[in-house]
Design a protein around this ligand. Structure first.
Ligand SMILES: Nc1ncnc2c1ncn2[C@@H]1O[C@H](COP(=O)(O)OP(=O)(O)OP(=O)(O)O)[C@@H](O)[C@H]1O
Length: 336
């Protein structure tokens, strides 16, 4: 199948204000695109504006300003054309709790033009064994899976998932990830919000981290993580002062930022660097030339969690270069 050239979802300068012109602006001029067949994850702190954004993209409300296109169409103005081609899993399902699982799915299927067989949708989310159970007797996780089954009933080209795995046990979460991956292989475009960074790492082709209504950083997981420094940690050999550390990849460690932790095994240093391999090579060369062992040596790239925490922490600019990033550190660090 030839890939369509226009994005599946296109959001430009989107704004959403609640409570009239003087009300609260929950979404403050964000833009992003989602290509066909791609999974785009919206991450962010509580109240960052993820659900508010998703609802506009789903066509549930008009933006205060800016534009949304889904499959090239305005999801509010062209609702009748867009709705049959998308699947929506809201944070709260809100279906009648006295119906059984099958009745609920059949009722929903009745509103769709070419639904999947109900049994197939229930199989996809491992809920077939609960088909005769009334919804109010389902566990929280089972209800989430029923929500997902309903979103899948219409064979959507674009699937919107608002925190799809919240409340799921680890096994159900992994099953859901497997299902989402299979949908992506089939060419479905997915936009999801999540609080699980591991979920974004597992599934997202690209992601955006929102904070206070704005997108603070966006790109692939690797892009987002690359905006944060890598770290090298080791126990300072006895008798050595942190000031004796050598220049690493051409720069002297920033000793102003150096607060060395003192623990059970002595002093521990954490260095930050933009150039992990070069800095590590220099450090190891320096240690070898002095016959020094660097106990508990650990070198690692930044994690998505670190990138997220930096965004959530107002004191830091996540796009800033690493020399200023020491202020965000949970452990004392030296920037190099
Ligand atoms: N209907 C509404 N009326 C007024 N304010 C609202 C409304 N819905 C959301 N908000 C506010 O808009 C902000 C963004 O909310 P939103 O639910 O979009 O955030 P979120 O990123 O999805 O948060 P969470 O991760 O907690 O689900 C919050 O401050 C919220 O209180």
């Amino acid at each position: 199948m030839e890939k369509p050239t226009s994005p599946a979802v296109e959001v430009r300068d989107l704004r959403r204000r609640y409570g009239g012109p003087k009300g609260y602006e929950a979404v403050r001029g964000i833009s992003f695109t989602v290509d066909s067949g791609e999974l785009f994850a919206l991450l962010g702190t509580n109240g960052a504006g993820k659900t508010s954004t998703l609802e506009l993209v789903e066509g549930l409300d008009r933006p205060t300003a800016g534009s949304v296109r889904v499959l090239g169409l305005d999801p509010v103005r062209h609702r009748a054309r867009v709705r049959p081609r998308i699947g929506v899993m809201l944070q709260e399902g809100g279906f009648p709790s006295d119906l059984t699982v099958t009745e609920t799915a059949q009722m929903w299927a009745g509103t769709l033009t070419r639904p999947r067989p109900v049994g197939e949708a229930l199989d996809m989310v491992n809920l077939r064994h609960r088909e005769k159970t009334v919804v109010k007797q389902l566990s929280g996780g089972e209800r989430r899976r029923l929500d997902l089954a309903l979103a899948l009933l219409g064979r959507p080209e674009v699937l919107f998932l608002d925190e799809p795995t919240t409340g799921l046990d680890p096994e159900s979460r992994r099953n859901t990830w497997r299902l989402v991956r299979a949908l992506l292989v089939d060419g479905t475009t997915v936009v999801l919000t999540t609080h699980y960074l591991e979920e974004a790492e597992e599934l997202a082709d690209r992601l955006a981290i929102m904070h206070r209504g704005e997108i603070v950083t966006t790109g692939t997981v690797a892009d987002v993580v690359a905006s944060r420094p890598a770290r090298i940690s080791f126990d300072l050999p006895a008798g050595l002062d942190v000031r004796q550390l050598p220049p690493l990849s051409g720069r002297r460690p920033d000793l102003d930022a150096a607060k060395v932790t003192t623990g059970r095994t002595g002093q521990r240093v954490t260095l930050q660097t933009d150039t992990l391999q070069a800095a590590l090579t220099d450090l190891l060369g320096w240690a070898a030339a002095r016959d020094l062992e660097l106990p508990n040596l650990d070198a690692r790239s930044a994690s998505l969690e670190e990138a997220f925490l930096a965004v959530a922490d107002d004191r830091t600019d996540p796009t800033a270069n690493t020399t200023t990033a020491g202020t965000a550190a949970r452990t004392p660090e030296v920037a190099v």
